[in-house]
Design a protein around this ligand. Sequence first.
Ligand SMILES: [Zn+2]
Length: 248
Amino acid sequence: MTIETILPIPNIFEAKRILCIQPHYDDNDIAAAGILTHLAKNGAEIIYLTVTNDLMGVVDDSLSDEEAARVLTRDQFAAAKIVGVQEQYWLGYPDAGEYGYFDVRRDLLKYIRLLKPDFIFTCDPWLTYEAHHDHIQTGLATSEAVMFAGLTKIASSDPEVDSAYEGHSIQGIAFYFTREPNLIADISSTWKEKIGALRCYEAQFSPADMEQLLVAMDAKSQQVAQGQSFARGEPLKVLHTNALHVGI
Ligand SMILES: [Zn+2]
């Protein structure tokens, strides 16, 4: 008997309803649009939840906050159409701003209890040299909300959701933007869709920065696939939800 037989790495290809929780509008797609497109084509429901309003990343300074929010949403819906995202939610916390960790955790508990996903994607909060607080807060609050989803004594931000919640099973959590992957997902067949989705994010990248991003993505996708039987990959750390505490 090994720990892997007791807590096997969950199979993302069996996921039916995936909630992808990202700090900013484009993180899910930069990190995982290839595998998420693949899973959507296989019939999984894909839902995006964005924690911050992302207003700091908008290139055109002349836009009001309302106009900036509108172009961000426009870009996000265009990308979602390509990836196959079915629903989107936003928490609207200030991008790179001051907000409370436990407020985010309460909101994430609400949406996990409300939407009942069987798999979660988010950014790895333990990524070495990650300096962006939004990424650390989002990854950590998501991990705790996954761990505590069934414990309704730990309140969400919506008492009605908590009292109606009857529990459900979350198979696993997949961390993207990780340096410790245990799965390199084959994205060769969905590379075109990934690039197409990233090109939608016009509000956040100048044309030159977009080309630079795509060159970097091109190199990275091939680098992580070295030694694999396919040409392009996305690295993920996939964990059983019981593996989120005390290092089991
Ligand atoms: Zn981000």
